[in-house]
Design a protein around this ligand. Structure first.
Ligand SMILES: C[S@@+](CC[C@H](N)C(=O)[O-])C[C@H]1O[C@@H](n2cnc3c(N)ncnc32)[C@H](O)[C@@H]1O
Length: 208
């Protein structure tokens, strides 16, 4: 048995609606590997339940899988805002969210995150960054003022398939951007941070 299978089998199963979204995404959408998936999804759900956020921001909805995992931890009156640039995904996102018990708690915004973030007049408890790797440093600067003190940011794909380990300039904009994000974050005294080697790397960040 592969490690990832072992971990999944010995963790909670996906709720049925997430298993359906997972399958549907693999059948109908390009680049289905972008979806968080069973194990990371359970980690996001558990972290959200630990934080018990009232306001969540997600940057990069894709087909709604991770939004629904994070929504599991929302408080009674909690709301999750999720941002997605690809308007071709809009119909599927709404259909997927409708399968879950969280439809009334999720607000989907279609457009560029950099334009949408300043329009959200909220103080967030939890932010999940999972969109354009070249913009991670910008996302951090945009969301930090709207994150409450003691609030958390989770940044996905921060190991970028292990490519961040290379000292050489890779000529690949996404790899170089993630490397810069990790280097700057390591020195950033406004936040505490730790990289978990989960899947493609998940950085946990806490505003001090
Ligand atoms: C890795 S996928 C998100 C996966 C999803 N969070 C999950 O775990 O199931 C990244 C998504 O970010 C979107 N995206 C990329 N750049 C964006 C931007 N500037 N603003 C909003 N969404 C963006 C892409 O269209 C894509 O659907």
């Amino acid at each position: 048995m592969q490690l990832e299978d072992y971990l999944a089998v010995h963790s909670d199963p996906e709720p049925d609606y997430l298993a359906i979204i997972n399958r549907k995404t693999h059948l109908k959408v390009l680049n289905p590997r972008m979806l968080s998936g069973h194990l990371q999804g359970r980690v996001l759900a558990m972290l959200s339940k630990m934080i018990q956020p009232t306001r969540i921001l997600e940057i990069g909805t894709f087909t709604g899988y991770s939004a629904l995992c994070l929504a599991e931890g929302l408080t009674e009156n909690g709301v999750l805002h999720t941002l997605e640039a690809d308007d071709e995904l809009e119909e599927m996102i709404h259909a997927n969210i409708a399968l879950s018990p969280f439809a009334d708690k999720i607000r989907v915004h279609i457009g560029d995150a950099m334009e949408l973030i300043p329009t959200l007049n909220e103080l967030f408890d939890l932010v999940f960054i999972d969109a354009d790797k070249r913009e991670y440093c910008d996302y951090l600067e945009f969301v930090l003022p709207n994150l409450r003190k003691g609030g958390f940011i989770l940044a996905d794909n921060t190991l970028w398939d292990g490519k961040v380990l290379s000292d050489k300039d890779t000529n690949d904009e996404q790899t170089e951007s993630i490397k810069i994000f990790n280097q700057q974050l390591a020195k950033d005294t406004r936040v505490q941070k730790v990289i978990l080697p989960l899947r493609d790397g998940l950085t946990l960040i806490r505003k001090v």
